[in-house]
Design a protein around this ligand. Sequence first.
Ligand code: URA
Ligand code: URA
Length: 199
Amino acid sequence: AKAWTLSRSEREQELLVLKNQVAACTRCQELAETRTQTVFGVGNPEAKILFLGEAPGADEDRLGEPFVGKAGQLLDRIIKACSLKREELYICNILRCRPPGNRNPSDQEAANCREYLDGQIAIVDPDYIVCWGSVAARNLLNTTSSIGRMRGRFFTHGRAKVLCTYHPSYLLRNESAKKDVWEDMKFLMRDMGIELGKK
Ligand code: URA
Ligand code: URA
C-alpha cells in the first residue's frame, strides 16, 4: 500500500510488523551475536521530518532507542533550538544493531539493513530526511562525497528533500562545525516556512 493512503494507526501497525522482523534478524551474524537488542527507530509515524543516523552505540544498544547517549543529548539540544520536539520526528539509523567497538558499518551490513530502512521511510513517508554524518548521507544517497561538500542544500530521495549535515558526535569533537549545523537547520526550517533566530 502507498504510504499516503495509510492512516496513523495503519502506519503504527506496519512499523510494528517491521520492528518485530528486525528483532529476529540474523542477516549480519557478528552483529546478531554481539547486540543486546536491536534498535529499530522511534517517533511519529506521520513525521514530516525523518532523522537518519549511523548505527546504535553502547547506550542505544542498552536502551533500545536511537540517539540516547552523548550524541543524542546534543541532538536533543539541536531539536529544541529548532523549536521541534523529539516526538514530532521519526528517528532511525542506517544499522539497527551496534557494531562492536562502534566501528563503522560495513557495506554488507548497510546493504543487509537497507530493506528495513526503506520500509521505515516508505511507511513514514516524510517530506524531509536529515542525514546526520557521512555514513547516513553516503548510504542513503549512494555517494562517496563528504559532508563538507554536501551540506547546505537539498538532495532528493523519492519525494523527500534530503539535507546532509555533520554528525552530533563530530560536533562534540569539532566545536567549530556547530555554526554550520545551525546554518543547515535554519535552511531546513526556512524551507518549512519557519524562521529561526540568531543563536
Ligand atoms: N549515533 C548514531 O548515529 N545513532 C545513534 O542512534 C546513536 C549515536
Ligand atoms: N565526517 C564524518 O564522518 N561525519 C561528519 O559528520 C563529518 C565528517
